[in-house]
Design a protein around this ligand. Structure first.
Ligand code: RVP
Length: 505
């Protein structure tokens, strides 16, 4: 007879944390959100830790190189989407690794022949007011001048005027060699009261621009995820088909961690993929696996050698797997059961395998719940898709700005590899994801800052200064449907008259 789980399958919304004793030490500024990304032996340190417990989903609408840089700046990590060619994915990884914080490859470049009209149009499009002028109009052409807002006055000049006639010419610019350090560049900027400094390579070509404002922001990012060469860290998604080609290309590009991207991870295909990686790279290449929703699935992937394990089937905001196929499990129940299995595995083997709760995070407090239930970090799609830094289009819908967000199992992404059963001939013919809009929410930095301030505040209420302490001390209670109503604003007439729905972000 079939196995029946007696417990109902619950979601995050069905739980609350019951506060514990908080001492005067339990203040948000004392909380550390550092958390392991990869497995480690008792008493040892993980090879990679995240500085904040957030990674961005392996999705076309979420994780490209721009998102990866923005999230690494805040202390998390992106996993670049694998539903693209191997060359394109490797190029994204390589761009993240080549990115030097504070050293900007200009995306707004002019030629001396361009007109003031074109300058104004480019400034509007990119939002950048400082534009290098190069002989060929590329980011690495020969520098011939710079145009800033101070070089032109729209009220006094014709839009036909040529850049060559109003730019600040190279002879009047202060420049520095390409191997100048950020500290040295900043000193030159300060000593000469500059707003920007072009760095020139040995062929007399423009290498980077350094901006005064970027140096300041670089200094105010204490959580940056940097490798031993001070490059941003980045992950990448792989599949169980072309790993023999994809993995070497991503490793060559400098990837820090891989993750097998699949809606169903309890499969021989994942074990074969992990084995291939271990056979070829030993433990030097880190790789997460998933997704699973119960203890059996966890144990299978742990024994197969995964460095971390992802939890979640069917809970993603754009996911219709449960409707289409009838498989899945409430995200809270899945997380709790898998975390118990992980703790038992740790007791038995002395190896701690970090867990990632993936999908279904709607409120900021769901992150805290996922951590309290035993996750070490969470993977978010919808959350990050809403920000400036996501690769998807920002569009106006019914008078509000939205960002497009589509599932990897939607017809739009056509990443059937995530949704097939592995092997070559078992492709699925139906969709498991939808194409949607999510409300545009501004910059990643502002939103992540606010979200984590809530997480830290709740951790203090639970008497915890670290995620491990939260997992240990948290007291969770299942809520009734009437108490959910009690939890929001109720029985009052709200002044702004907008009916209270939820404060989901
Ligand atoms: P969410 O954060 O709720 O938007 O969920 C994101 C997660 O949903 C992804 O990390 C992935 O596990 C899952 N996903 C991605 N595409 C699809 C689909 O098309 N069904 N599901």
């Amino acid at each position: 007879m079939a196995y029946i789980f007696e417990e109902p399958s619950r979601t995050f919304n069905e739980y609350l944390l019951v506060p514990g004793y908080s001492s005067s030490e339990n203040r948000p500024e004392n909380v550390s959100l550092k958390t392991p990304l990869t497995k480690f032996k008792k008493g040892e340190e993980p090879a990679i830790s995240l500085n904040i417990p957030m990674i961005s989903a392996i999705m076309q609408a979420v994780s490209d190189d721009g998102m990866a840089v923005a999230l690494a700046t805040e202390g998390g990590m992106s996993f670049i989407y694998g539903s693209q060619t191997i060359a394109d994915e490797a190029a994204m990884v390589a761009r993240v690794k080549a990115y030097k914080a504070g050293f900007v490859v200009s995306d707004s470049n002019l030629t001396p022949q361009m007109t003031l009209g074109e300058v104004v149009a480019l400034a509007e499009k990119t939002g950048h007011s400082t534009m290098p002028v190069t002989d060929d109009g590329t980011a690495h052409g020969k520098l011939v001048g710079i145009v800033t807002e101070r070089d032109y006055r729209l009220s006094r000049m014709s839009l036909d005027e040529k850049v060559a006639d109003f730019m600040t010419p190279r002879a009047e610019l202060i420049t520095a060699p390409a191997d100048t350090t950020l500290k040295q560049a900043n000193d030159i900027i300060w000593d000469n009261k500059l707003n920007s400094l072009p760095l020139i390579d040995t062929d007399d070509k423009l290498a980077y621009m350094v901006f005064r404002k970027d140096y300041d922001s670089h200094k105010s990012n204490p959580n940056e995820m940097l490798d031993e060469h001070k490059r941003y860290m980045v992950g990448a998604g792989i599949n169980t088909r072309d790993f023999a080609e994809r993995v070497p290309a991503l490793v060559d590009a400098g990837v820090d961690c891989l993750c097998i991207d699949s809606s169903e991870g309890y499969s021989e295909w994942q074990a074969l993929t992990l084995k291939w990686i271990r056979d070829h790279y030993g433990d030097s290449v880190k790789v997460g696996a998933g997704n699973v929703v119960d203890a059996e699935g966890f144990r299978f992937l742990a024994d197969a050698g995964a460095d971390f394990i992802k939890i979640g089937i069917g809970g993603g905001s754009i996911c219709i797997t449960r409707e289409q196929k009838g498989i899945g499990r409430g995200q809270a129940t899945a997380t709790i059961e898998v975390a118990r299995a992980r703790d038992e595995y740790f007791k038995e083997t002395g190896v701690y395998i970090p867990l990632c709760s993936d999908g279904g995070i709607v409120y900021d407090h769901h992150i805290t719940l996922a951590l309290a239930m035993g996750s070490d970090f969470v993977m978010l799609g919808r959350y990050f898709a809403r920000f400036d830094e996501s690769p998807s289009n920002k569009v106006m819908v019914n008078g509000s700005y939205m960002k497009e967000y589509w599932g990897e199992g939607s017809a739009r992404a056509r990443n059937w590899q995530r949704y097939d059963l592995g092997g070559d001939k078992q492709k699925m013919s139906f969709e498991e994801g939808v194409d949607s809009y999510v409300p545009y929410a501004g910059s990643l930095k502002d939103n992540v800052g606010l979200t984590l301030s809530k997480v830290k505040s709740t951790m203090c209420n639970c008497g915890a200064l670290t995620i491990a302490e939260l997992q240990d001390k948290a007291k969770l209670t299942v809520v009734s449907s009437t108490s959910i109503v009690e939890g929001g604003a109720h029985d009052v007439l709200q002044k702004d008259k907008t009916p209270y729905v939820s404060n989901a972000n």
